[in-house]
Design a protein around this ligand. Structure first.
Ligand SMILES: [Fe+2]
Length: 171
């Protein structure tokens, strides 16, 4: 079992260690896999771009933990594990000739992850600011904004994919 938390700063650090674990899973495993599985070039590009960004997030979260003088060992996030399991289940249910539904399933997984990360950084930024850690709050909000941009890119890629499908069926 993870260590006991006895004050708000320790709780902030523990949640940051979970965010670190999520970012590591994403950059080393999940996003490279999604990039390989995706067929739509826009979606592949969105995943590729976010891999590089996510590597930056790993470093940013490590720095924040260093500034808090807290341990920086990643801590598993059951919420993220759940999203990965949900994606695997959805992909198994897909039955189609082309790649549209599987691409949509990959996009859904990416969007759900972005929302999880945004919720994490938003709530941790507020907690850090409440604890008087203004600079850390600003850095966490910057990470949240990057997640939001990544989310918008996946949404745009999804919209384009569906628009192309509608267009091709009209021909
Ligand atoms: Fe991230």
């Amino acid at each position: 079992m993870a260590e006991l938390l006895t004050n708000p700063r320790e709780l902030l650090a523990a949640r940051l260690r979970q965010m670190l674990w999520i970012e590591l899973q994403l950059s080393e495993d999940v996003l490279p896999q999604l990039r390989e599985q995706a067929h739509a070039p826009d979606l592949q590009w969105a995943f590729e771009r976010h891999i590089l960004e996510t590597e930056g997030h790993v470093e940013a979260v490590r720095e924040v933990l260093r500034d808090l003088e807290a341990p920086a060992d990643p801590e598993e996030s059951p919420a993220f594990e759940g999203l990965v399991a949900e994606h695997e289940q959805l992909v198994k249910q897909v039955f189609e000739d082309g790649h549209l539904l599987s691409d949509l399933a990959h996009a859904q997984a990416a969007l759900a992850t972005e929302h999880l990360e945004m919720a994490g950084y938003q709530s941790l930024a507020s907690l850090a600011e409440t604890l008087g850690e203004e600079t850390i709050g600003i850095r966490l909000r910057e990470l949240m904004e990057q997640e939001e941009l990544a989310l918008e890119q996946v949404e745009r890629a999804t919209a384009k994919l569906l628009a192309e499908k509608v267009e091709s069926e009209r021909l």
